[in-house]
Design a protein. Structure first.
Length: 100
């Protein structure tokens, strides 16, 4: 449990340390609040809520198809300066959301 908390806190710290370009992070009501089954999905949700919200309002994930997300994510990840590992974690989170 301590290891999971450490990884989660580290992820939050790293994603929040980047320069903010627009706006502030606000409460997200469109993202499912149910407990996520893995730490990686929790990290993906955190990346989605904290990085994507810096430049625009968060989109409801179910509003786009998997094919559309496959086109959106690489462009947005590049704009957000996401590491390839964070992009993969975010992609896994989006895929999980679409299937649940």
């Amino acid at each position: 449990m301590k290891k999971a908390l450490f990884i989660f806190a580290t992820t939050i710290l790293l994603t929040s340390c980047s320069e903010k370009t627009v706006g502030t992070v606000t409460e997200v009501k469109d993202v499912k609040d149910a407990a996520l089954p893995t730490i990686e999905l929790t990290q993906g949700k955190s990346i989605y809520q904290n990085k994507c919200n810096q430049c625009h309002e968060l989109k409801v994930i179910d509003s786009f198809t998997t094919e559309r997300w496959n086109k959106i994510l690489p462009d947005m990840a590049k704009r957000a300066n996401l590491a390839s590992s964070d992009e993969a974690i975010l992609g896994n989170y989006i895929t999980w959301e679409l299937s649940n």
